[in-house]
Write a protein that binds this ligand. Sequence first.
Ligand SMILES: Nc1ncnc2c1ncn2[C@@H]1O[C@H](COP(=O)(O)OP(=O)(O)OP(=O)(O)O)[C@@H](O)[C@H]1O
Ligand SMILES: [Mg+2]
Length: 605
Amino acid sequence: MPAVETLRFLFNEYRRNARWMVIGFVSLLLGTLCQVAAPVFIKLAIDILQGPVDAAREGPVGAFAMRLLSSNGSDAQAFINECLIWTGGLALVLGVFQFTKRYYLIRVSRKSEYELKKRMYEHLQDLPATYFDNTRSGGIMSLMTSDTEAVRMMVGPACMYLGSTLLITPMALAIMFSLNTTLTWFALLPLIGLIVSTLWFSPRVRRFSVLAQEDLEQISARAQENFAGTRVVKAFSRENFEVSEMDALGARYLKHKLAVSRNNAMFAASIWVLGGLGGLVVLFFGAREIAAGRFSQGDFAAFSLYNVQLYWPMIMLGWVTMLLVRGAASHKRITDLLNLKPDSAEVRGGEAPSEIKGRIEFRNVTVRYSKDGPLALDSASFIIEPGQTLAVVGPVGCGKTTVANLLLRLVKPDSGEILVDGTLLEAYDIKALRRFFAYVPQESFLFSETVKDNIALGLDEGAGRDELVKTVAEAAALDEEISALPSGYDTMLGERGVNLSGGQKQRAAIARALAKRPRVLVLDDCLSAVDTQTEERILGRLKQASRGLTVLLIAQRVSTVSHADRIIVLQRGRIVQQGTPDELRDQPGLYADMARRQELAEELA
Ligand SMILES: Nc1ncnc2c1ncn2[C@@H]1O[C@H](COP(=O)(O)OP(=O)(O)OP(=O)(O)O)[C@@H](O)[C@H]1O
Ligand SMILES: [Mg+2]
């Protein structure tokens, strides 16, 4: 039941912030009392203008107010002055309570929003990589922004306005009934009209707002993708197409927003008409009551003021309902996210080794990405002894990256076992284990920070950081090129490292992996964007830098893997060949074919 869960959430938030809630609600209560008390003094002031006032004829509320005054009404001017002082004083006190009410109740909702965002962000860090593969980042963004905002509005403003409606309505009504029962019934008629109007327009406003919100999300997702892929857009002359797509989205957004405005405008119009009608009803029947002597002019003034005081809460009721419905829906989406189990391996509490040797073993590992998809890896078994380099080669889409994903626990196997130093991968605290791994993904990702900070990503601040960055950049054959940049290692990279070349980005990613001083190095096709000569140079330096490390080297090119200790050849997820480079070269099979073809291509180039 989402509603129950939302109520429990609200209850918890309010209980955790009980102190602020109490201050807020006491202020709300006292403020409402001030608001309800003020018209009584206006009534007395007007009444005394008509002649002497008598507590016995002023009704219970009027009589109570008269007891607060020191003047008994023998001096009309003094009596009026005192009433004015009370009215002004109440307005001032009301101002103070309005402030404390709003400040403390809204404070609770802001704090709750902050904590919710923090919790969501932390939780997102623990979710398996597959969650992000299958979820649009725009959707995650809107959970973090518009959904948390909707929950905040439910926790704060909705609760505040609901509280104020629930307090002022019975108080004002009770006084109105005590002033004149018949007139109160007549005055309620337009108010009922107002409730009907609220119930009619609010859902419409909400429906179109939701549609407009969805349009807006699409617009920002579209814009984001367009700007990120701006080179592709330009190269394929898609600008006009993109503009017309955006135009269509914009037009739909406009249509829905106009529908929101139209309904809001009609609602506002109905409020004014019904408000005017309410005034008319009170005036019409009030005048008859005054003429019949059942109603004083002061009563009439106070009655009109209470009547107006009732309007605002009635209008608020529709808005509050909308906030509650929307907040509950958003809260449900957020709870769904928070209830997603972190990948079992992501759960902390497993074995956290202080050192590893780096022996890796795959036993009959099988995995597919989707239920009915092809096997990305099919009963793969291999061992990498500590300090050895195992290369994985094979045609595109054969499952090479999948091997890396499995080892880093970014993907879980469907069957089979993966062991590190003889212990199952899932027995480890994966975060602790990953500290010994360094990974250069196939598509290098750099942050918009300096080159130095990008390379030192896995490192703590400390002495020797700059030297280390330089050493690993040298190992990745990148040092010279970085030194030639305008600000050297302090050069800021644009978004995703756009001001580096593809090959430079790859080498920056290699340097970053080395800087972590790992036990196990996973290189996924990370030299594809450099020429064979540079590759030769980097491999030579890498060999030195990675001495003693266990290396999983994934590559397309046979030339890349010729120095590996062992090679496995994958085809459609299956290991079809396995051996040392020399063994494979002499064996008829996929590896020898690939080697021949690539040598030929190299010669032609
Ligand atoms: N996130 C994913 N969701 C669904 N299928 C995937 C996913 N990642 C890979 N695959 C599929 O799994 C198979 C193996 O993919 P993998 O990325 O391991 O290939 P690869 O050998 O690294 O290819 P390349 O040389 O092009 O990098 C492919 O058929 C691919 O379509
Ligand atoms: Mg790959």
